[in-house]
Each structure stands twice: as structure tokens, then as C-alpha cells.
Design a protein around this ligand. Structure first.
Ligand SMILES: NC(=O)c1ccc[n+]([C@@H]2O[C@H](COP(=O)([O-])OP(=O)(O)OC[C@H]3O[C@@H](n4cnc5c(N)ncnc54)[C@H](OP(=O)(O)O)[C@@H]3O)[C@@H](O)[C@H]2O)c1
Length: 186
């Protein structure tokens, strides 16, 4: 089963501020959705709280796994609302006690605390790099330069240059794939 870390980082390696992401790029969200759809996403409890607050639901079409030391409390809070194939809680960063879809890729999607624990054991790292600084107070655990071999894959232009981002005059982001284990993917 392929383990992938996926993150968007700003110029200073920032990933979040006060529990939320301080930028809004529809194209990057679309990219995230396209890459993760049909697969498993794993996130820390802080990231889940921020996401659930905004979306009012787990991300659809994906098994959402939340890492927390309060797994029992969260399970009872969400009991009967979603099947385990959509949302579950565990205190194991490797999700050893979760029934995973063996065909699915596992995307570790934040935040900083989770990235730090998992970065040395993933097969791939997908990074969206933003050109600006966003005054973050949560950071990616490592300098991207130290991650290993870098690939810039082909990404459809509709994903990287969305109409709304262009109209807003915002910088496009750069999407990069790192292969810390020197895995051959193309
Ligand atoms: N830019 C991006 O791509 C991106 C992606 C995702 C998130 N973010 C941002 O990152 C920030 C959140 O990151 P964060 O580092 O503060 O928090 P986080 O990694 O989302 O969550 C940390 C929490 O996860 C739980 N946890 C982590 N490892 C655990 C383990 N081994 N065992 C049990 N529980 C564990 C703990 O929850 P309990 O306290 O419940 O035990 C811990 O407090 C937010 O601002 C968010 O918007 C950015």
C-alpha cells in the first residue's frame, strides 16, 4: 500500500495559522481532491477539527482517518453519523487498528504534528509550493531541499491555473513530487 504525504507550503515552509490554512486556492483544493479521491486520507485531530468546522462533514469519497489520543470521545461523538469506511478515529499514526482498503493509497494530509511523525516513512511527498509568505504559526517539519529527488510531473493546466485564481491575480502554485525512497514512479 503506497503511503503519500501531501501538503501545501508557503515560501517560509508555513502550512497553517491558528488551526486553519491561511490561503484559499481553488486550484490547489481541486488538485488535492483529484489526487485523493477514492483513497484514504489521514489527518491529525487539529486539522480534522478545522476541516469539520468548515465543511460540516468528512471529505466525501474518501476514508477519513483522524489521529487523536481522544479516539474514544470522538468515536462516541460521531457514533452512528458516518460509517467507518467514511470516518474513523485512532491513536495509532500507522492506523494499525483501522480496516483499510488495501487497494487505496494512504494520503497523510496534515497537519505539522502528523507530517513530522510520518515524513521519514512515506513513499512519496506531494508538495504544492506557494510563492508568498502567509504569517503561519504551523510549519512543515523539513526544508523541502532536503527531501530527496524531485519530479515535476505533468498536471493538467485546468488544475494548476484555475480561472478564479487567475482573475484574482494570485500567484499560481508549483506542484512537485519528491521521492524520499528513490521510488521510480514514471
Ligand atoms: N498546508 C497544508 O497542506 C495543511 C494540511 C493540513 C493541515 N494544515 C494546517 O496545519 C495546522 C494543524 O497542524 P498541527 O500540527 O497543529 O496539528 P495536527 O497535526 O493536525 O493535529 C495534531 C493532533 O493530532 C493528534 N495526534 C497526532 N499524532 C498523534 C499520535 N501519534 N497519537 C495520538 N494522537 C496524535 C493529537 O490530537 P489530540 O490532542 O486530540 O490527542 C494532536 O494534538 C492547521 O493550521 C491546519 O490548517 C495545513
Amino acid at each position: 500500500m503506497q503511503k503519500i504525504l501531501i501538503a501545501a507550503i508557503d515560501k517560509d515552509g508555513g502550512i497553517g495559522k491558528d488551526g486553519y490554512m491561511p490561503w484559499y486556492y481553488p486550484a490547489d483544493l481541486k488538485l488535492f481532491m483529484n489526487l485523493t479521491m477514492g483513497n484514504t486520507i489521514v489527518m491529525g485531530r487539529t486539522t480534522f477539527d478545522g476541516m469539520f468546522d468548515r465543511e460540516k462533514a468528512p471529505l466525501k469519497g474518501r476514508q477519513n482517518i483522524v489521529i487523536t489520543s481522544q479516539a474514544a470521545e470522538y468515536r462516541s461523538r460521531f457514533a452512528d453519523k458516518y460509517p467507518l469506511s467514511e470516518l474513523c478515529f485512532t491513536d495509532d499514526i500507522n492506523c494499525g487498528d483501522v480496516e483499510l482498503d488495501k487497494e487505496a493509497k494512504v494520503f497523510y494530509c496534515g497537519g505539522g504534528n502528523v507530517y513530522k511523525q510520518i515524513i521519514d516513512s512515506v513513499d512519496l511527498i506531494y508538495l504544492s509550493r506557494l510563492d508568498e509568505s502567509y504569517d503561519c504559526n504551523t510549519f512543515f517539519p523539513q526544508d523541502p531541499q532536503s527531501l530527496g529527488k524531485e519530479f515535476t510531473p505533468y498536471i493538467p493546466t485546468y488544475l494548476t491555473n484555475s480561472f478564479s485564481d487567475k482573475m484574482a491575480g494570485k500567484n499560481p502554485f508549483t506542484f512537485q513530487i519528491y521521492t524520499p525512497k528513490q521510488l521510480i514512479i514514471y
